[in-house]
Design a binder for this molecule. Structure first.
Ligand code: ADP
Length: 506
């Protein structure tokens, strides 16, 4: 075995070396970060983080208890007033310094990410750039928090509207984008003057812990950002969410968990942001630029091995272009190289775990049983690790589970349609509404789609919409609130309105 993985043998160690034959990273943090210091979990428990491409243990990470969660909240609460009173320029500078450090350590972060999550190194590097942009964007927004001053309509008074940080934030992030989902929450919270307790996903905590260490090196004041990885997310989170001192819950993950968290948040009347599941339609119209549509479809589907809430889930292709589109896409799919994310030339890494493989296989088998035509792939890959072959299904029939389930894997499901009206109806036939993709060269049709598709985001002739400068988020069961852009900052601000009499009145 070529693995050089070494893990800490004592529970008090808070760093380790992770790696394989291709990449090795030293000093990866494995502790809890509370009140400005790394520490083991109370009681000393740890949980293992594994490489999905081999199943090998990469590291043992401190497993926060509910008491650790409350200790982290104590630290965030203690730091809140000072952080809110810290000059915006200083808050901005901390984010900007962390942005610079993330870029300095980009290769190591990408290696850690690929090892624990599985995606190819090139994609991990892409996430480092994307994730870092939230640090830069919100470092710029931190100094632009505004307000309002105006005369009331009666002319008898003046209204002053000011913005204040909402207060301590609890952030829960998923495993699929372990850097970007963390920066997308931490950066606006810190920019706004909020302190944070973050719980990363237990499948991929190492990237996030690495990021936190860079925040520490950038001069993070004690308690402003605290991180508590845990194997029992529910046990850790419930008392934090129920604590009266918490003011905001921000979550990215599945719709069922988001819905359960909203119920808990309701008891405490917390401000919430929820980035939940998607079931993105990808529409290709007869007038599309075929090459562009195929390129973009490959990105929309296979980025992150399909494990993205923004992944194109349901392809709807108009009859006149369907044969050409399917043929071109299957040629590209058949050329994809499967392998470990750390190996050169890999296009498709493993799925995160065996449940994810079972899910993809089950959806494909169901669709084929209901009459879909298997054009490419359609099977598990016979090698160690949790791999599923990139797959293309054509003529997927109504009633197939794949049309109503978030696939989270490298499977294309194509249904053909005749008219624009039918395409829009099919696209909207879901409880989700995160993102849609549409390929058409007709300007007016694109505008009609923008107004009629039930979605928070539309990629019009493009397969990737994520950008720190624009509001990311969904409608319907895909969530509440937006991340990125100036709107992402508003999620962490409270509005206060002051009325004062006309200063000129006698
Ligand atoms: P996924 O299917 O992408 O793993 P989940 O919604 O299950 O999505 O998980 C997203 C994040 O939510 C992870 O950090 C996970 O640990 C956390 N999580 C899962 N269940 C709960 C829960 N009941 N309470 C709090 N956090 C949870």
């Amino acid at each position: 075995m070529t693995d050089q993985t070494t893990t800490s043998t004592t529970t008090t160690s808070t760093t380790t070396t992770v790696g394989d034959a291709h990449v090795t990273v030293a000093d990866v943090p494995t502790g809890l970060f509370i009140g400005g210091a790394w520490r083991p979990a109370s009681g000393g428990a740890t949980f293992d983080v594994r490489d999905p491409s081999t199943g090998a243990v990469l590291a043992s990470v401190a497993d926060a208890t509910p008491e650790d969660g409350i200790a982290a909240l104590d630290a965030a609460v203690a730091a809140q007033d000072d952080w809110a009173a810290t000059a915006p320029r200083r808050r901005s500078d901390l984010l900007r310094r962390t942005f610079d450090l993330v870029h300095e350590h980009a290769d190591d972060i990408a290696a850690v990410m690929t090892l624990e999550m599985g995606k190819p190194l090139a994609e991990s590097r892409g996430e480092v750039v994307y994730g870092a942009e939230f640090l830069r964007w919100f470092s710029e927004e931190a100094v632009r928090i505004g307000g309002d001053y105006r005369t009331n309509p009666e002319g008898t008074g003046r209204g002053i509207v000011l913005k204040r940080p909402v207060g301590p934030v609890y952030a829960i992030t998923p495993w699929n984008f372990p850097l970007a989902m963390a920066t997308r929450k931490i950066a606006p919270a810190l920019a706004a003057g909020c302190t944070v307790v973050l719980k990363p996903a237990d499948l991929t905590p190492l990237t996030t812990l690495y990021l936190v260490e860079l925040f520490r090196q950038a001069g993070l004041p004690d308690g402003v950002l605290n991180v508590v990885p845990a194997s029992d997310a529910k046990a850790l989170s419930a008392p934090v969410i129920a604590d009266r001192r918490l003011r905001k819950l921000t979550f990215t993950g599945s719709t069922p968990v988001g819905s359960a968290l909203l119920k808990q948040a309701a008891d405490n009347v917390l401000k919430t942001s929820m980035e939940l599941g998607g079931n993105a339609p990808l529409l290709v119209f007869d007038d599309a630029d075929l090459d562009l549509a195929v390129d973009a479809a490959m990105q929309a589907k296979f980025r992150n091995v399909g494990e993205a809430c923004t992944a194109a889930n349901r392809f709807f292709v108009q009859e006149g272009i369907a044969d050409a589109f399917t043929a071109a896409l299957s040629e590209r799919i058949d050329a994809l190289r499967i392998g470990r994310g750390t190996e050169d030339g890999t296009d498709i890494g493993p799925l995160i775990d065996s449940r994810a493989v079972d899910k993809a296989a089950g959806l494909v088998d169901d669709a084929v049983a209901r009459g879909a035509r298997l054009v490419s792939g359609g099977q598990r890959v016979d090698r160690e690790g949790t791999f599923y072959a990139p797959t293309l299904l054509d003529d997927v029939q109504p009633g197939s589970d794949i049309l109503t389930t978030e696939i989270f894997g490298p499977v294309v499901s194509i249904t053909r349609f005749a008219t624009e009206e039918e395409g829009i109806r099919l696209a909207n036939d879901t409880e989700y509404g995160l993102v849609a993709y549409a390929f058409t060269e007709d300007m007016r049709r694109g505008q009609r789609l923008a107004e009629r598709l039930e979605t928070g985001m539309l990629g019009w002739n493009t397969g990737v919409v994520s950008n720190a400068a624009f509001p990311f988020g969904g409608v319907k069961a895909s969530g509440l609130g937006r991340e990125g852009s100036h709107e992402g900052l508003e999620e962490y601000l409270e509005t206060v309105y002051v009325l004062t009499p006309d200063p000129f009145a006698a």
